[in-house]
Design a protein around this ligand. Structure first.
Ligand code: C2E
Ligand code: CA
Ligand code: CA
Ligand code: CA
Length: 279
């Protein structure tokens, strides 16, 4: 039995080492990716539920790895956050979204672009978030043309710097959205603390609404409460017509999900917008 245990331990040890090596390799690749600009923003339309016009879009980052193909942000964003590389990636995201906004304007599309901003970009001394408004001024863009998506993780243990940057962005005219609403702790308390414009109902609530009375009731309650607080609601991960209809009936303002459109490269997104049905 002793021998077996030792073998088991050796096996676990090898697994640990392999995981660490994979992480180190990914980090090495991530540094190269920044230098070689292997990132690209995809855009997923967000529709006005009543008219189904694509009046907003969320920018979602993709990493085109030369050997491994597209790597999901769910994999590399956490690593980028742990290593502060998110600060540089975050600047790329903003600059890139600005360029797309200019193209949308040239094509006469009025779209509010959502950008995901990491808590690190709020808390770090080295973050250039504070210069974004200046960059917009230089490009003749307005802060009102952008939504900053933040998660509840931002507000947990939020330091003074985070809170003041949040206030500053809001004062500058950026809209704020609380992402993955309802999945974290004390979501409601945070709503009071910050000047939110939108809440985004998480996909896991939307998933069940067609066949679970509880999930439908939860969505209805979130929508009602948001409206009473003067906020608009975006439902995420809408995949079926049934979900669309139920959320529309519940008074949800905006919808995002495969039912309407998947995230797409900028060029495809601009073509999508130029199509008379959506633009
Ligand atoms: P998120 O901000 O909650 O983004 C929504 C995710 O849901 C996206 O996954 C999107 O592709 C996916 N999605 C949208 N509609 C549907 C649907 O109908 N069905 C299903 N199954 N999925 C749907 P994605 O692009 O893989 O991003 C995953 C997460 O990575 C994001 O979650 C966000 O937390 C993070 N992320 C993505 N882009 C960025 C970025 O530019 N900056 C930062 N800081 N984080 C990002
Ligand atoms: Ca988001
Ligand atoms: Ca506002
Ligand atoms: Ca979300």
């Amino acid at each position: 039995a002793k021998k077996q245990g030792r073998n088991g331990f050796a096996f676990f040890d090898a697994q640990m080492r392999q995981a660490t090596e994979q992480r180190m390799q990914l980090l090495k690749d991530l540094r190269i990716a920044i230098q070689k600009q292997q990132f690209e923003l995809y855009f997923q339309p967000i529709v006005d539920m009543a008219s189904q016009k694509a009046v907003k879009a969320e920018a979602l980052i993709r990493w085109q790895h030369p050997g491994k193909g597209i790597i999901s942000p769910a994999v590399f964003i956490p690593l980028a956050e742990e290593t502060q590389l998110i600060l540089e990636i975050g600047e790329f995201i903003f600059a890139s979204a600005c360029r797309t906004q200019k193209k949308l304007m040239s094509a006469k599309h009025q779209v509010q672009l959502s950008i995901n901003v990491s808590p690190i970009q709020f808390s770090s001394k080295h973050s250039r978030l504070v210069d974004w408004k200046t960059h917009l001024d230089e490009l003749s863009l307005n802060a009102e043309q952008f939504v900053i998506e933040i998660t509840e993780g931002l507000m947990m243990n939020a330091q003074q710097r985070t809170q003041s940057r949040l206030n500053q962005l809001s004062k500058q005219g950026f809209a704020l959205a609380l992402d993955d609403f309802g999945t974290g702790y004390s979501s409601l308390a945070y709503l009071k603390q910050m000047d939110t414009d939108f809440i985004k109902i998480d996909k896991r609530f939307v998933d069940g609404i067609a066949d679970s009375a509880d999930d439908l009731a939860l969505c209805e309650a979130m929508i009602m409460m948001a409206h009473q607080l003067g906020l608009k609601v975006i439902a995420e991960g809408i995949e079926t017509e049934a979900q669309h209809k139920q959320l529309l009936a519940a008074g949800c303002d905006y919808g995002q999900g495969y039912y309407y459109a998947k995230p797409m490269p900028e060029k495809v997104y601009l073509d999508f917008m130029n199509n008379a049905t959506y633009g």
